[in-house]
Design a protein around this ligand. Structure first.
Ligand code: NGQ
Ligand code: ZN
Length: 472
């Protein structure tokens, strides 16, 4: 395939990669033309490096991280101590609420900036920030109701990561409009106030190709059916294609409580009551029946898989073989940031199936009727495409029109040496624990070079200070 750059009013530059993963597969001697605004305007293959900026190794599209609660990065590792002998998701949640009793806006920004630098170095070039801490310590709104949204967006800008910002509507403490608990006071909004927040954020970031605003009704536990309908309608009136994310069926108790409340299971209820389509991302659709799995796959919505957090919190297994056989869309998220690595998310998604089925090589394209045998390539490519859909941005592909969000691998790294094409992805995903990502570009700007982020020293210093304050 060759294509020449169309005439463009802006200065563009040409990157040249020895090989790159394109939507149609691996290609060699690839030129990628990027405009001054950071989007790809042409891709050509079998070309020459003359006049181009040479990339040192194999090039991949950067991975979208579709689910993050940035502040939780600061408590990663602090909850791995047996307390009651019956520790669970619900006891972890209490610890997490306790952590929010002190967190300030400055700390929020410092934690998020550190996290986003870590994401970039690990190969995530865009994040879906599912943002639910809105208010001050006592639950009162800040003078700027978007104060904490502004902090995480500022952190994304410092680090240079793309963001789909998903302000969360949180209003209730359980199914059927139960009163919120004291530990939830920083999260609460009503529908009109929430929609004003969305409007404010949209206005502030209009025209920024690296920021998109969507919404996240937190869960069916935290909003009533009327609220859900009203915020979806409100968002649709502002932006008919904007993403809608929701936590759905993570814990067995959540499914049981939903049945008591409505007679239906969470995924079943949602598919029945909302026009679920590719705008939707259902995070932790862990507990589904066969008919829910079929319904979700057919809807076009993206299943948000957060394998390391789901393992850490003891959630259960997503029905991956059935869902993938039905060609359901999915992507990955680092959620609580107990791990910040696309490699680990993809690896454990597959390993969960190997352990459960006592077999090898489970999640291949062959499940969905294709022929390619590579597990690493199937996982990586599927997560690129599902992640891009869930974040509602033109990312996840090296193709005309997409953002120039790229990873350059160190092809000489001992972990990758001698590997080509899909074998590179198998080795990247399954072999070893080193990080062979050398350079990372987001929106046409280098944010990581030779494994280092230009701001990492200062950002880590602010993070250390925030952690010390929170521990005091
Ligand atoms: C959250 N996190 O909102 O941070 C949730 C836990 C909840 C995950 N589900 C709290 N992993 O769902 O109520
Ligand atoms: Zn979550």
């Amino acid at each position: 395939m060759t294509a020449s750059a169309p005439p463009t009013p802006q200065a563009s530059r040409r990157l040249y990669a020895p090989c790159a993963l394109l939507p149609q597969g691996w290609a060699e001697r690839v030129a990628i033309d990027v405009d001054a605004a950071g989007s790809i305007i042409a891709v050509s293959t079998s070309t020459s490096p003359d006049g181009a900026e040479r990339l040192a190794g194999p090039v991949l599209p950067g991975m979208p991280n579709l689910h993050s609660h940035a502040f939780q990065r600061a408590m990663a590792g602090l909850t791995e101590r047996a307390a009651s002998g019956d520790d669970s998701f619900w006891t972890w949640r209490e610890v997490m609420y306790g952590f929010l009793a002190k967190l300030t806006p400055e700390q929020m920004e410092a934690i998020a900036a550190q996290l986003y630098v870590e994401m970039l170095k690990a190969g995530y070039t865009a994040v879906g920030e599912f943002h639910y801490v809105h208010h001050d310590l006592d639950g009162r709104p800040y003078a700027d109701r978007a104060e904490l949204s502004a902090r995480v967006i500022a952190a994304a800008k410092q680090a240079g990561i793309g963001m789909t910002h998903l302000p969360v509507l949180y209003a209730c403490g359980g199914f059927g409009g139960q009163a919120p608990a004291p530990g939830q006071r920083r999260f609460l909004n009503d529908v009109p106030g929430f929609l004003r927040l969305v409007e404010t954020l949209r206005a502030r970031h209009a025209g920024d190709p690296d920021i998109r605003i969507g919404i996240a009704p937190h869960s069916l536990r935290a909003v009533t059916p009327d609220m859900l309908r009203d915020v979806v309608a409100g968002l649709t009136a502002m932006d008919a294609g904007a993403p809608i994310h929701v936590h759905i069926a993570e814990q067995v108790k959540e499914v049981e409580d939903c049945l008591v409340w409505s007679g239906q299971r969470p995924v079943e209820w949602l598919l029945d009551h909302e026009a679920v389509d590719r705008r939707w991302c259902l995070v932790h659709a862990t507990h589904m029946t066969t008919s829910e799995t079929a319904g979700l796959a057919a809807s076009g919505a993206v299943a948000g898989i957060c394998a390391t957090t789901e393992a850490n919190l003891g959630d259960g297994f997503f029905p991956a073989p059935d869902y993938l056989a039905r060609r359901g869309a999915w992507g990955i998220g680092s959620d609580s940031h107990i791990s910040v690595s696309p490699v680990e998310e993809l690896r454990w998604f597959e390993y969960g199936q190997r352990l459960a089925q006592r077999r090898r090589n489970r999640l291949s394209e062959q499940l969905a009727g294709g022929a390619a045998p590579s597990i690493g390539a199937f996982l990586y490519k599927s997560a690129l495409s599902g992640g891009a859909t869930a974040l509602g941005r033109l990312i996840g592909r090296i193709a005309t029109g997409a953002r120039a969000d790229l990873l350059v691998l160190d092809g000489d790294h001992p972990q990758l040496t001698g590997r080509n094409g899909d074998a590179l992805l198998d080795s990247l995903v399954f072999a070893g624990n080193a990080n062979p990502i050398a350079d990372v570009m987001v929106g046409g700007r280098w944010v990581v070079r030779s494994g280092r982020h230009a701001g990492e020293g200062e950002i880590a210093a602010r993070f250390r200070q925030a952690i010390a304050q929170l521990a005091a």
